[in-house]
Write a protein that binds this ligand. Structure first.
Ligand code: 5GP
Length: 298
C-alpha cells in the first residue's frame, strides 16, 4: 500500500520543478527591475493584477532590494516607515499598504500621469524587437477605421516589403528634401544608421476626418511628437522581460551579430524612458496588447 504521509515521487519531482521555475522567474523579474528594464511600479502593477504570478509571490523585501540604490539597511527603514512586515509577499499586501508603497515609489521614481484631454494622435513606441510592428500590423488588419501612418525611410526594403505600404523607400537626397520642405512631423536616425520620418500631410488629413491615427515610431520620434503635439497619446510597449526581448531579437534572424548587439544597447537605453509615456502596455500576447492599445486610443 502507498505511504499516505508523503506524496508520490512524481508529485514531489513536479512540485520541486515548479518551485525552481518560480524562483527563476522571480530572479528574472528582479533583474529586470535592477537593470531598469521595467519600473518598480510596473512590477507592483503586475503583482496586484495577477496575485498567483511570480510577481505576486515576490516578497516585499526582495522587491525593494531589486531597486537600484536600495540596500538592506534602507529597505528595512522603508518597510518600517510604511508599516509593512518584511515577510509579506506583494500580492498579500493590505489595501492601505499597497497605497503606501505605490505612493512611496511614485515619490522616488515619478511616472507622468496621463493627461486629462488627449488627441486622437496615438504614438506607439518601445524598445527594438518588442513587437511594435506586429502589434501595429494587427491593429491595421482588425481596425481599418484606425489610420496607420506609413513612414519614409532611407533603408532598403526587406523581402516582402512594398513601397508605399510598409514604408516609402527614399534615398538620402529625397529624405533631405522632405525635411527641408517641412513635410515630416518628426524624423530620426535610428540605430545610428538609417533615417525614418513621419509624413505630416496624411496624418493631418486623417485627423481632420475624425479618424484615430497611429504612429509606430522610435523613442526620439515619440519625443518630437510630444513636443510638437503635446496632447498626443504616448504608449510604450514593454516586453514581458529582458530575456524575452533578447529571444525575440535573436529569433527574428534578420540582423547580423554586430547589428543585434547595437540594437540591444539601444533597447536598454530606450527602456529607461518608459516613465515619459502616458501608458505602458506589456506585449505578452499580440492580440491582447493590440486590444489594449486600441482601447487607449479611444
Ligand atoms: P525597421 O527598420 O525594423 O522597420 O524599423 C526600425 C525602427 O524604426 C523601429 O524602431 C521603428 O519604430 C522605427 N521607425 C519606423 N518608422 C519611423 C518613423 O517614421 N520615425 C521614427 N522616428 N522612427 C521610425
Amino acid at each position: 500500500m502507498a505511504d499516505r504521509q508523503s506524496p508520490p515521487e512524481v508529485d514531489r519531482v513536479a512540485a520541486s520543478r515548479r518551485a525552481v521555475a518560480a524562483r527563476r522567474e522571480r530572479a528574472s523579474l528582479k533583474r529586470d527591475v535592477s537593470t531598469r528594464v521595467i519600473s518598480p511600479q510596473e512590477l507592483l502593477r503586475r503583482a496586484l493584477a495577477e496575485p498567483a504570478s511570480a510577481a505576486g509571490a515576490m516578497r516585499v523585501t526582495e522587491f525593494l532590494t531589486s531597486i537600484p540604490a536600495i540596500g538592506e539597511g534602507k529597505r528595512d527603514r522603508i518597510l518600517a516607515d510604511l508599516g509593512i512586515s518584511p515577510v509579506k509577499r506583494l500580492a498579500g499586501l493590505g489595501a492601505r499598504q499597497r497605497v503606501a508603497l505605490q505612493e512611496f515609489l511614485d515619490r522616488r521614481w515619478p511616472e507622468i500621469a496621463p493627461r486629462a484631454s488627449r488627441s486622437r494622435l496615438v504614438v506607439l513606441a518601445g524598445p527594438t524587437a518588442v513587437g511594435k510592428g506586429t502589434v501595429a500590423a494587427h491593429i491595421k488588419q482588425r481596425h481599418p477605421e484606425i489610420h496607420l501612418s506609413v513612414s519614409a525611410t532611407t533603408r532598403q526594403p526587406r523581402p516582402g516589403e512594398i513601397d508605399g505600404v510598409h514604408y516609402f523607400f527614399v534615398d538620402d537626397a529625397q529624405f533631405d528634401r522632405l525635411i527641408d520642405s517641412g513635410a515630416l512631423l518628426e524624423h530620426a536616425t535610428v540605430h545610428n544608421r538609417h533615417r525614418y520620418g513621419t509624413p505630416r500631410e496624411p496624418i493631418d488629413r486623417a485627423l481632420s476626418e475624425g479618424k484615430t491615427v497611429l504612429l509606430e515610431i522610435d523613442l526620439q520620434g515619440a519625443r518630437q511628437v510630444r513636443a510638437a503635439e503635446p496632447a498626443a497619446t504616448l504608449v510604450f510597449l514593454l516586453p514581458p522581460s529582458w530575456d524575452e526581448l533578447v529571444q525575440r531579437l535573436v529569433g527574428r534572424g534578420t540582423e547580423g551579430e554586430e547589428e543585434r548587439a547595437r540594437r540591444l544597447r539601444t533597447a536598454r537605453v530606450e527602456l529607461s524612458a518608459q516613465g515619459e509615456f502616458d501608458y505602458r502596455v506589456v506585449n505578452d500576447e499580440v492580440d491582447r496588447a493590440a486590444d489594449e492599445v486600441v482601447s487607449l486610443a479611444r
